[in-house]
Design a protein around this ligand. Sequence first.
Ligand SMILES: [Cu+2]
Length: 133
Amino acid sequence: MAVLAGVFAAATASGCTNSQPAVNREPHPGSVTASVTNGVQRVRIQAGNDYRFHPSTVTVRPGKVQIVLVNTGSGAPHDWQLTRYPRDYVPQIGAHQTSNATFTAPGPGRYQFVCTIHVRQGQIGTLVVAPAP
Ligand SMILES: [Cu+2]
């Protein structure tokens, strides 16, 4: 958690300098809790021209998680990856494409996810794994 807080602090600090492109100052919107279908927690995350994940905070419980990534943009590709678990990864998709990945959530905690293509533009988010109910 301390490491993640550091990353957010760095992102915030870099977003405040005028030398950064405007996209770096975009907020990180939205949060959602996964809905469960047939034992799989499913979350739909959109990524578009603002280089942000919508939503950027995703809460799940331990167990199987399916991330459905939708590129709503008109140009840049996006992907989705858990920084500490790089095999939990939705490969890059182009404009108007959708892809997904299913994996087992790590233990309770907070985990950073990124678009590996746009991490320097601040395209990051947080996967919150809540304790089992
Ligand atoms: Cu991206």
